[in-house]
Design a protein around this ligand. Sequence first.
Ligand code: NAD
Ligand code: MG
Length: 406
Amino acid sequence: MHDPLDDSSDARVRPQSVTVLGATGSIGTSTLDVLARHPDRYRIHALTACSRREALRDQCLAHRPRLAVLAHEMDAQWLRDELHAAGLDTEVRAGDTALVEVAEASEVDVVMAAIVGAAGLLPTLAAVQAGKRVLLANKEALVMSGALFMDAVQRHGAVLLPIDSEHNAIYQCLPTEHRGGLARVGVRQLLLTASGGPFLGWSSDALTHVTPEQACAHPNWSMGRKISVDSASLMNKGLELIEACWLFDARPEQIQVVVHPQSVIHSMVAYDDGSVIAQLGNPDMRTPIAYGLAWPERIAAGVEALDLFQVARLDFQSPDETAFPCLRLARQAMQSGGTAPAVLNAANEVAVEAFLNGRLGFKGIAELVEGVLDSTPVQTASELEVILQEDRQARTRAERFLERYC
Ligand code: NAD
Ligand code: MG
């Protein structure tokens, strides 16, 4: 490992080359904010986006990447013309192959995986298989392909750093070498904190008519719409429970979800000797992003110092799995193993989209996910093709559910 105190080391001499997958999103823009604070340490290889071409153009003008990728050729041609007119020599490409190529390119050191949903799986896996430092925000990729993903990390020597604030906190609270099981390093439990989202304390009945706007108005974090709805339904915590199982080699029973409305403690590790170690900070994703970029060093992230007097108090309570069944469904999917988490994730993506488009009520999200899980036999998830096929079939089942019930 490179010595952080040795100024002659490679990391100091040569700036690290970074690809940001999902650059125009909430995590992507926070990543660019941190990178721009350290031009001596990082340069940008590629920025990617789905369809927000104006936003990607502005990012290209500000950050001057070597490559930019959009989903569709028509948008790519528009961006090519815009950048050419502005005198930039950024190469613009389109499509899934280009996404994979900018993730695995030999000149890339670091890949920020910040595409939302299953769409991020292939480029994120490509970065892992190319042995990159992978900053994992795209939790859905790991939820879908856990065993295969973690196996690829080992086999290809990738450095996987969790960006999800809870997992980043746990990573910071664990000893550096924690592979081989939590018991080996004296860990009793991982305490995964949850804000509770905008509907904390609401009864199941009160949730019947909530709107996408209400669901997306998170009290502490400003995030993309999909993860905002997941936070409101507690599916986000369910996906994070699965994510934690894979990242830290834990069983679902070793993870306790703790509702902590202030979102100041980002998660904790409880040890056999009675110690509980927590990581605290303002709710700002630039902290875990900066941690992932610089690890094992620390760099400025533009985040204000935590003012404990202003925080004043920290509250804790247990989650309400009756009003918010998604957490239970995710735990059960992890316990079922195999392709069940991929099916859960696919059904949830369809359900959230339908909720955001006004096709499905909020409580329908859990009903749809449960319906799809119940009607899908679990397969072994050791091959990518099987996972992708289960993902597709779960989406078809979810669509059928929508047609039948909505
Ligand atoms: P977002 O919706 O704000 O941004 C998503 C990005 O992915 C955009 O750049 C978009 O262009 C791109 N994208 C979407 N669909 C795509 C497709 N089909 N092909 C290629 N690119 C596509 O989402 P976000 O809030 O930044 O979240 C990104 C990921 O990080 C999610 O997996 C989320 O769970 C995770 N995460 C986010 C936060 C947060 O604070 N926002 C915190 C923890 C984890
Ligand atoms: Mg999180």
